[in-house]
Ligand binder design. Structure first.
Ligand SMILES: C[S@@+](CC[C@H](N)C(=O)[O-])C[C@H]1O[C@@H](n2cnc3c(N)ncnc32)[C@H](O)[C@@H]1O
Length: 234
């Protein structure tokens, strides 16, 4: 006799996970079997065409010892550990994520580092108790629907104190001569339906009050990636 599958909501790994994550990224960030298989540095290196270390450095270089940092979503591999180590015991390192399994993985990676906290929250609505020096989104925006991109950028900037920085590392519009452009077109079509608007829109397009901030953009690898540092205007 065939067994009726349990509804997804009855599975703790799916509880409270937004629809777009289940529909598009179940295999990448929700189903624990897949996440266990994929959570490695080499996967990040392959996904980023071996640009992982310089993109990670673009973020880590913005972290000073003793800083108070909020990373808005978990990333495969050792990035959260490296960011937390750079902050050190004199600082604060908070990472939020929306899926239970990613919370589990981040918690394991940061075990024993008393200045860190892993919090289950939507980056679009996380209510911050801390005054952060740095708020970073590392490859989150391209994975969320348009409305959510607006909400995440607005929430990060609303929580950004004067004198602090927001850092966005993500995809960008690749130059026409960059062969990766054509590979990504196919990948986006089949696997990343929310990514291609990052080619059309600057990140500041997603901010309701973009004029209140300065936006410094650097691109990498023939325009495939960008790092944007945002600060309040003087
Ligand atoms: C940072 S992005 C992509 C990073 C990159 N592909 C990697 O190597 O891991 C992936 C993470 O974003 C999380 N995520 C998706 N939507 C979110 C949201 N609204 N708030 C917080 N985290 C979210 C996913 O659960 C996942 O852990």
């Amino acid at each position: 006799m065939s067994k009726t599958p349990a509804p997804l909501d009855a599975d703790p790994y799916y509880e409270g996970v937004p629809r777009y994550m289940i529909d598009v990224y179940d295999w990448a960030y929700v189903d624990p079997k897949w996440v266990r298989a994929l959570d490695h540095n080499w996967v990040v290196a392959v996904l980023l065409f071996l640009n992982d270390q310089r993109l990670i450095r673009a973020y880590l270089n913005e972290i000073g010892e003793g800083a108070r940092v909020w990373q808005v979503a978990h990333v495969y591999g050792d990035l959260v550990r490296r960011a937390a180590q750079k902050v050190g015991p004199a600082g604060v390192f908070h990472v939020t994520d929306i899926t239970p399994v990613q919370i589990e993985h981040a918690t394991r990676k940061l075990a024993g580092m008393a200045w860190t906290r892993v919090i289950r929250a939507d980056a679009a609505s996380f209510a911050v108790e801390e005054s952060y020096d740095l708020i970073c989104s590392f490859f989150l925006l391209h994975e969320v629907p348009e409305e959510k991109k607006h909400e995440i950028v607005d929430n990060m900037l609303a929580k950004l104190p004067r004198g602090s920085k927001a850092v966005f590392v993500d995809y960008h519009n690749p130059a026409w001569w960059q062969p990766i452009r054509y590979i990504l077109k196919v990948v986006n079509h089949y696997l990343e339906p929310f990514a291609e608007t990052m080619w059309k829109n600057e990140i500041q397009h997603y901010a309701r009050e973009a004029d209140r901030f300065t936006w410094r953009k650097r691109t990498f690898f023939g325009g495939v990636y960008q790092c944007v540092v945002v600060e309040h205007k003087p």
